[in-house]
Design a protein around this ligand. Structure first.
Ligand SMILES: *Cc1c(COP(=O)(O)O)cnc(C)c1O
Length: 430
């Protein structure tokens, strides 16, 4: 079986004339793997249907949101129903309280939630709130972690920023960059040292509690706990960026699976059910600093949009009433991990597979991948061959080694077996 993408290539060619690089978000381009991106016409369940009429098994799930598969019926119905009542009012609606109430009931340590339109906005606002609350300027972030494209975070950022060679983007002023202090992931001593050199200056530490934007990287024992202690000792806030992990790993996200408490939590992806939604949440004492009751300003014309809230509410409601989804997803991911592991080990090449819940990544390196530096040692030629080989077999993986696979629960074991066999075929032909 071999797929062609002539129509995708023609569409991409035209797009490049009118859209920078042909895409509205860089991660969609194939720069890291070569070739033209695949155009999608529609998607259902675990499958993407391309503009060329091919069906692909999807391991990206729109970079996370489609945890129950594409066009999940209850979400579609909720959106269709809401649309008929008008698509935006700029006035309060009851559904905003319903989703906030549900989020607060699912996630630990939060009393209130503010809705925004993207994960970027959520993280940017969370940091502003942390600065307003503590009266301090500096933040600590980790190399290879991605918190959206706002200026403060484009300092050794992961995801597309590193895939496209701009982890430190031009356009971010030196003034902004100086307030973002960097530490290597899984290196508690480095965090400690930064705290000691910047006494009473750190507003917050922001982290992906399970990193997913340099491939999937798992926090080592004591790492998150240690940061929690440092934050408490120094009067700083601990911000969990759960844009990827929130409502994907467990109802309470990484706070629940790691048992570490965050002061501010950011959400995105799953929380919008596939519509553009982000959110940030914290306990009352912190959220009281936000406008209109507090001085930290944050706003949005389309924030809490009724279509977006309908999609998000239907999604979260389903996850909350079917908690076995999280175990089912983790089992499927483990099955895939084992299968791919067997397929790759028979070939005698260097590789590492990292997995946490329904997130997973394959790195072609002999070193354990525990931080950005080790993730960057991966052999990109192998990654390219692996990506394109699987694409030819009808399997769509993230087109960069600095991204994690996101499994969706519509994937069947037959789909997973097909993926494993395809992996054997692909590496067998190297
Ligand atoms: C995707 C992502 C973001 C940014 O969210 P957008 O909706 O793309 O702006 C922030 N943080 C993490 C951890 C993410 O995975």
């Amino acid at each position: 079986m071999s797929f062609t993408y002539q129509r995708s290539s023609a569409l991409f060619k035209e797009a490049q004339q009118y859209i920078p690089g042909g895409v509205n978000s860089p991660v969609r381009a194939f720069n890291a793997v070569g070739g033209d991106p695949v155009y999608v016409e529609k998607a259902k369940g675990a499958y993407l249907h391309t503009a060329d009429g091919n069906q692909l098994i999807d391991y990206i799930a729109s970079w996370g949101p489609m945890i129950l598969g594409h066009a999940f019926e209850p979400v579609v119905e909720a959106v269709v129903k809401a649309t008929k009542n008008g698509t935006s009012y700029g006035m309060p609606t009851e559904i905003e309280t319903q989703i906030a109430k549900l989020v607060v009931s699912m996630a630990p340590n939060i009393d209130q939630v503010r809705m925004v339109n993207s994960g970027t906005e959520a993280c940017m606002s969370a940091v502003r709130l942390a600065r307003g609350f503590t009266g301090r300027d500096k933040i600590i972030k980790f190399a290879g972690c991605y918190h959206g494209h706002s200026d403060s975070f484009l300092i050794q950022a992961g995801s597309g920023a590193v895939t496209f060679g701009s982890p430190n983007s031009p356009g971010v002023t030196a003034g902004t960059a100086k307030d973002t202090l960097l530490a290597p992931y899984n290196n508690l001593d480095a965090v400690k040292e930064i705290f000691e050199k910047n006494i009473e200056q750190i507003a917050c530490v922001i982290i992906e509690p399970i990193a997913g934007n340099m491939g999937c990287i798992i926090p080592q024992d004591g790492f998150l706990e240690g940061i929690r202690e440092l934050c408490d000792a120094h009067g700083s806030l601990f911000v969990f960026d759960e844009v990827m992990t929130g409502f994907r790993l467990a109802p309470g996200g990484a706070q629940e699976t790691t048992g570490v408490k965050a002061d501010i939590v950011t959400y995105g992806k799953v929380i919008g059910g596939g519509l553009p939604v982000g959110a940030f949440a914290a306990r009352q004492e912190i959220m009281n600093h936000l406008a209109p009751i507090g001085p930290v300003y944050q706003a949005g014309t389309l924030s809490g949009n009724p279509l977006a809230m309908s999609a998000g509410l239907a999604m979260l409601h389903h996850l909350n009433s079917n908690k076995e989804v999280f175990t089912s997803l983790a089992k499927k991911t483990e099955y895939l991990h084992k299968g791919i592991d067997e397929a790759l080990s028979s070939k005698g090449i260097d590789y590492q597979i990292n997995r946490y819940g329904s997130m997973m990544s394959v790195h072609f390196t002999d070193k354990p991948v525990v931080d950005f530096q080790s993730a960057a040692t991966g052999n990109n030629d192998w990654f390219k061959k692996y990506f394109h080989g699987l694409l030819e077999h009808g399997i769509y993986l993230p087109p960069s080694a600095f991204e994690s696979y996101f499994l969706n629960d519509a994937l069947s074991y037959a789909d997973l077996d097909k993926t494993i066999h395809a992996t054997s075929d692909v590496v067998g032909s190297w």
